[in-house]
Design a binder for this molecule. Sequence first.
Ligand code: FAD
Length: 367
Amino acid sequence: MTMLCAQTRIALSDPTSVLHPLCEHLLEHEAEVSEAGGVTTIRLDGSRAELRLEAGALAILVEAPDLARLQGSKFAIASHVVEFAPAGAAPVIRWSGDGAEPMLPPDFRVLSVTGVEQLTPHMRRIHFRGEDLGRYDSLEALHVRLFIPPVGLPEPVWPMIGADGLLQSPPPERRPAIRKYTIREIDVAAGTLAIDFVLHDDAGPGSAFAANVQIGDRIGMAGPGGRGLKQAERYIFLADETGLPALARMLEHLPVDAMGLALVEIADAAERQPLALPEGFELRWLHRDGAAPGSASLLTDALATLDWPAGEGSLYLWAACEHAAFREIRAAARQYLRPEIDAHLVVSYWRAGVSEEQHAAEKRKAA
Ligand SMILES: Cc1cc2nc3c(=O)[nH]c(=O)nc-3n(C[C@H](O)[C@H](O)[C@H](O)COP(=O)(O)OP(=O)(O)OC[C@H]3O[C@@H](n4cnc5c(N)ncnc54)[C@H](O)[C@@H]3O)c2cc1C
């Protein structure tokens, strides 16, 4: 196998004091670290790095089978060298070899809008074209981060990996807003994908982009992320409109003999959309009928009426919805599921009254 290769020599007043915490930290991130003959070897996600202590410097050589893993390893090492270097002594890092020129991050793609479909009054499907989409075609990781450029910018500016191996963000006034969305459809051979956007009041960059989209508009996409569909003998899915694209995609890919229940909260009957689901599945639409999104307890009320399984047979519960319902569903899952055979994934997809940035900051604080 041909390996890509990059190297750097970073001047440091005390390289040992950087190398040790760097290794300890990467061990926590599932790296394998070994030391022999004065060379520290770090194996991380298919890449291999050799680090040598020199007088007043750390010499690093990284090898990986592809650019994504090479850049990932360069980033992991460079960012931790910066983190563990003495305060006030920002190390100068310059990689040579493969991937040395500034480039888009390997998990980043530019997408162009090719079509728009109004699925329901508040759900708009946007079709995109992009290159090299293979890594995004996975039921193990359904969501992506979309980079939405500020309105009116003549040319979008994307984050780049610099010559130091670190991510360079565009200046604040040109920086894209980042929002999480789900890939609803993808055709890697055709280079196309589709994303379903909820059009909501108090629109932030995500909803506003969808509301005003024009053919040819460009956004960025990074990822994918998230956790995938688990095998189980019975499923319970709960979603509001934001979780509906992921739910619909999972339902389409379940085995034909899968059994379960899908509860979907929507504004009203006009928001229903046809879903392909296995025969052994029941689908219940729950209408808010005038209540504001995020204010109704329809999902948790419906969940409270269910018979939780006893005895044999595994259950997988998946939920994606507004934060208040997420908290209740997570509490119910923890109370009623049997840890030895059941599994669950309950995620807050948005929080009423706060933007995605504030919501993400709250989640980080809680974690
Ligand atoms: C893993 C993941 C996958 C997701 N997939 C999708 C998807 O495929 N499609 C999709 O539409 N959304 C999806 N979401 C939800 C989406 O990221 C949020 O709704 C996001 O806040 C929308 O960004 P915005 O810029 O429109 O609004 P923001 O700037 O984040 O918020 C502005 C205001 O709008 C409110 N708001 C945000 N979302 C809604 C909503 N749905 N209804 C009513 N008010 C809202 C906020 O509370 C805030 O007051 C997903 C979220 C996650 C975490």
